[in-house]
Design a protein around this ligand. Structure first.
Ligand code: SAM
Length: 237
């Protein structure tokens, strides 16, 4: 990484950063979980530009954490199970992934997850200042072709939303197995003041933190011999 690297981030655009919203036709069990499980945990934005209320979202829990792009929700559900005293906001626009999480919410009887089925940036822009204690962005779509790099989720615009909504002392956790995207994340993070990289040595980014829960994507990529990088940032006070 160099201080005079060319500017290559699209700021403040809201280009689509995800692949599909819909898979093939929903199976019967998927229809059933959308009908029976989603209503109790479905997070919708209030009309107009009103902000959501942190206390309402937190529902008496001690903190509010968010996962952006939860895929099939394996990591989110495991976190919610490990931390019953935390309320979670899960964002994922892909319906088949949401259906998987809903099935787990049902079978594990989880009551501390709100599901937002759209672009996380829309939700972040409606959260109150300093309302989040931790945010996970794990293995975001790499958009590897140079002409698609501008679709990458980690951009200065996203960071401005996170800087406003993560409280001082809060944490942003990211991971990727894509070397160019890791470099990109480091550059975007270095270009702003709000977050401090907590790594003190290579073991801090080559090894997952002690309380890490592997994601489904991570398990697949590691099985193929690729090594992820784990980045942790603290919101400065
Ligand atoms: C490569 S998958 C990784 C899924 C999961 N984090 C894992 O590690 O198994 C990236 C996910 O991010 C979602 N995604 C991409 N852009 C998003 C956005 N702006 N808001 C919410 N989710 C997004 C995609 O739909 C996709 O499911």
């Amino acid at each position: 990484m160099t201080a005079d690297a060319p500017v290559r981030f699209s700021d403040p655009t809201m280009l689509r950063s995800f692949g599909r919203r819909h898979g093939r036709v929903l199976r019967d069990w998927e229809e059933v979980v959308f009908r029976d499980v989603l209503p109790a945990c479905h997070l919708k934005l209030p009309p107009g530009e009103a902000l959501l209320q942190a206390a309402t979202l937190q529902a008496g829990k001690r903190d509010l954490w968010m996962e952006i792009g939860f895929g099939g929700g394996e990591h989110l559900a495991a976190q919610a199970k490990q931390h019953p005293d935390i309320c979670f906001l899960g964002c994922e626009p892909f319906d088949k992934g949401v259906a998987k999480l809903l099935r787990t919410i049902q079978t594990e009887c989880l009551n501390n997850i709100h599901v937002f089925m759209d672009d996380a940036r829309l939700l972040l822009s409606r959260l109150p200042d300093a309302s989040l204690g931790r945010v996970f962005i794990l293995f975001p779509d790499p958009w590897p072709k140079a002409r698609h790099n501008k679709r990458r989720l980690v951009q200065p615009y996203l960071l401005s939303l996170l800087a406003r909504t993560i409280r001082p002392g809060g944490e942003l956790r990211m991971a990727s197995d894509h070397a160019d995207y890791v470099q990109w994340m480091l550059e975007v993070m270095q270009s702003q003041e709000a977050f401090e990289w907590t790594a003190r040595g290579p073991e801090d980014f080559l090894m997952p933190p002690g309380d890490w829960v592997p994601t489904r994507y991570q398990e697949k990529t590691e099985a193929q011999g690729r090594k992820p990088t784990f980045l942790r940032y603290c919101r400065r006070g």
